[in-house]
Design a protein around this ligand. Structure first.
Ligand code: NI
Length: 386
């Protein structure tokens, strides 16, 4: 038995309407903090239901649904932004905004949460309040979540839940993890200052390319030799730039890459170790190194109790065989900022579609929207009933 069983016939009647909304959003994708049309579409739809939505941050929206009796307050969040990339999906509602594409499924998240708004608007038979957050700018640093928190829209919320449609999971499979689910994606840059000169006389130079090569190799030992095998971290050097000619040893080399971990302690420790290693290797060659770290989102760490509530909701709806505990992903998500401030959980809903997230042919599956609405409704009701 699911708390939301009585809602399902109503949710089924919303199918065409929610699909039309999703396809409209897909056709008109907007970049982070530029989601003005999207914001207006959300405002218009919520107002058409008789609700009183409110614009928050630059391009976000919030609305609160009040139950017919007093109780706790829970928040549900959808991200609404698209990506700066072409849309090569072969559908009649492909993006008409050149170079902008809903290639992560945030159009589906937005449509699902609009469906939740409609459902709870017509069915107030619950105790407490449900805050819906339509959050801008998940895709671009510093993320939209910090500005939502600053807006005060979540001040009353006792917990928050978020859903991501997931291409690589089979259709209709729910997955989450009681603990760290996604990584902190931090970026680093290393600038190596050597001494340039003629390639035929390396003894008169300090070759920053040799220094760079040593550093690339050595950095990997931080992952393989200094962290416990059961802890996860990824260090990838993804850019190397140096030199302009075959017969010139350059003055400067730069390296850049990404450092990702699920553990906040490692997130603080590893950059310090990197800096020490980089500076010492450089100085051992007579070169000088500058190390800079640009922090991305924190690791996304689910509250175990909240992850259990979401898991119980999925089990009630989809059954145990379609409710999975998943291994953490080393991708990043700005939902992590909410979980630093309040209990909550983030979870995936499988689509089993062909193309990966952020692929130009990615397109969310409209068939998943109904289950997405059911899942978000059930999670909210299960939380409020606790
Ligand atoms: Ni996404």
């Amino acid at each position: 038995m699911a708390f939301s069983d009585a809602l399902h016939p109503y949710i089924a009647t919303l199918r065409e309407e929610i699909i039309a909304l999703r396809q409209d959003l897909h056709q008109h994708p907007e970049l982070s903090f530029q989601e003005f049309r999207t914001q207006q579409l959300i405002m218009d739809y919520l107002q058409s239901l008789g609700l009183k939505p409110r614009k928050i941050t630059k391009t976000g929206v919030t609305v609160t649904l009040v139950g017919d009796r007093k109780g706790p307050t829970v928040a549900l969040r959808a991200d609404i932004d698209a990506l700066p990339m072409p849309d090569e999906s072969d559908v009649p509602y492909a993006s008409i905004n050149p170079g902008v594409c809903h290639a992560c499924g945030h159009d589906a998240h937005t449509a699902i949460l609009l469906g939740v708004a409609n459902t709870f608007c017509q069915h107030r038979d619950f105790a407490g309040e449900i805050i819906l957050i339509f959050q801008p700018s998940e895709e671009q640093l510093p993320g939209g979540a910090p500005s939502v928190l600053e807006s005060g829209a979540l001040e009353q919320a006792e917990a928050i839940f978020g859903l991501h449609v997931w291409q690589s999971l089979p259709f209709g499979v729910f997955a989450t993890h009681e603990g760290a689910l996604m990584a902190s994606p931090d970026d680093f840059t290393i600038t190596l200052h050597g001494k340039g000169g003629h390639a035929s006389m390396p003894y008169d130079t300090i070759d920053p390319i040799i220094v760079a090569a040593t550093i690339v190799q050595s950095l990997q030992t931080l992952i393989s030799r200094t962290i416990r095998t059961e802890d996860a971290a990824v260090l990838s050097v993804t850019k190397i730039h140096a030199g302009t000619a075959m017969n010139v040893i350059p003055e400067v080399a730069t390296l850049a890459g990404t450092l990702r971990t699920l553990d906040p302690v490692l997130r603080e420790r590893l950059p310090k170790q990197m800096q020490t290693m980089v500076e010492h290797i450089a100085s051992s060659y007579g070169a000088r190194a500058e190390f800079t770290l640009t922090k991305g989102y924190p690791a996304l760490i689910n509250d175990p109790l909240m992850a259990t509530i979401a898991t119980n909701a999925a089990t009630a709806l989809f059954g145990e065989q379609r409710t999975w505990q998943t291994q953490p992903s080393m991708g990043g998500e700005d939902f992590a900022f909410y979980l630093e401030k309040m209990p909550g959980a983030f979870f995936f809903l499988g689509m089993g579609t062909e193309y990966a997230h952020h692929h130009p042919k990615f397109n969310a599956d409209d068939a998943i929207l109904e289950q997405g609405i059911q899942l978000m409704c059930e999670v909210a009701l299960q939380f409020l009933a606790k």
